[in-house]
Design a protein. Sequence first.
Length: 317
Amino acid sequence: MNELIIELEEITPKEFFGAQNVNIELLKTYFPKLKIVARGNKIKAYGDEDLLEEFDTRMMMLMKHFAKYNKLDENVIERVLTSASSEDYATSDKSGEVIVHGVGGKLIKAQTANQRKLVDAVKKNDMVFAIGPAGTGKTYTGVALAVQALKRKEVKRIILTRPAVEAGENLGFLPGDLKEKLDPYMQPLYDALRDMIPHEKLETFIENGTVQIAPLAFMRGRTLDNAFVILDEGQNTTHAQMKMFLTRMGKNAKFLLTGDPGQIDLPRRTISGLKEALLILKNIEGVGIVFLDDKDVIRHKLVKKVIAAYKSIENRD
């Protein structure tokens, strides 16, 4: 039986191995035919030469990632071990930096390769589409970039909007005035902002219009300039709504459109404005498109399994 010994240099074994060697246990699931033992600052692996060579390559990739970001978790390990090459998960150094210091000193940064690609895309383009399933950090990363732009005085306001189409719920049945009706619907956007801007400051920003949160219909007739604008849940726009929104773009504006084409709540036979826009704008210079997938899900690990389970039955239809 062949043996491979990997020594951790300038890396704290405890942090690399994880609590109770959780990262090593995860490695074992990806290399079930190898015997893997972690002791001290060494990892020993026993098995066929070809598998050991692959294991050595992946370990080098993981160690390089850890040395750069000081972090190793289930999401990182999965991304590294399932990528064909480092190009699939590595991005520019700047994209991995802290985007914004949130409330209570929380460091908010892109946590996966595709989230870092999203950061890069927004830096390079004035209009970016972030496409992927729930929990991949599309909106959260986007809001962080918007807050960063506001803090740096690159824009004068943040505008967050969603099309008022909900999954089986009509806004008319919600109690209260318009603001009270819309607040629950806009909650994910408020939640992200509350992580990044102290409560009193956020309230002031909302009162003076520095931060605006409104349904898509409220964008009609406006020119959105000096603003970082996020259209969330873009898959639920119609052709007319998407065209209206895209043509609101004014001077010194950044537009980020997020959506999941797999969760369309529009009436049957209504074409999604997001799907259409992706087709007709994909080759236009200045428009960036970033695809996130279930490997970017950083919610509870069960969310990944739920997405995979539904994907398996949807692919059979």
